[in-house]
Design a protein around this ligand. Structure first.
Ligand code: MG
Length: 164
């Protein structure tokens, strides 16, 4: 069994919007195949953790409450599909903020390790659609896989981790 699957959110779980932040449930659209993938994910991984930059909060485009509403929706849809996410870490900071918690920095991963000290990074994966996801994952020594519109989460899991 694998240990922890770290997932970026936008562009991995839900469709990324062009030059726009997802600010409400209506704008949160699951990428095809993601909900079905979760059943398999939870069979093969002990835990699933989301690590997401949400600069829209720092920019005052949305509130933490709005983000939490979106995340509650996401979690309930995933649970209704038989999947589970154990924890979500988001960074509200602006990129310009000194010592911010954003990827490609590793602060959110470090918080996850404090909360879940049993995480075995060697048996874990990071999946994201941005270079910053991959850089952050590699800094932590986690095998990191980049996805895109064609090579999506479902295919990445199937091919790389050999989940059917
Ligand atoms: Mg992304």
């Amino acid at each position: 069994m694998f240990d922890t699957l770290f997932l970026d959110r936008d562009g991995v779980i839900n469709e990324k919007l062009d030059d726009k932040y997802v600010t409400c449930i209506k704008e949160f659209v699951f990428i095809e195949g993601v909900l079905e993938s979760f059943r398999a994910i939870n069979k093969y991984f002990k835990r699933v953790i989301i690590i997401t930059n949400q600069q829209g909060i720092g920019k005052k485009i949305m509130t933490i409450k709005q983000l939490e509403d979106i995340h509650n929706y996401m979690l309930s849809e995933i649970e209704n599909s038989g999947g589970k996410i154990h924890k979500i870490y988001f960074c509200p900071d602006l990129e310009s903020k000194e010592n911010n918690c954003r990827k490609p920095g590793t602060k959110m991963f470090e918080r996850a390790l404090e909360d879940f000290p049993k995480i075995d990074l060697k048996k874990s994966f990071m999946i994201g659609d941005s270079e910053s996801d991959i850089i952050a994952g590699k800094k932590m020594g986690i095998k990191s896989v980049k996805v895109n519109l064609k090579f999506n989460l479902k295919l990445a899991l199937k091919k790389i981790i050999n989940i059917p």
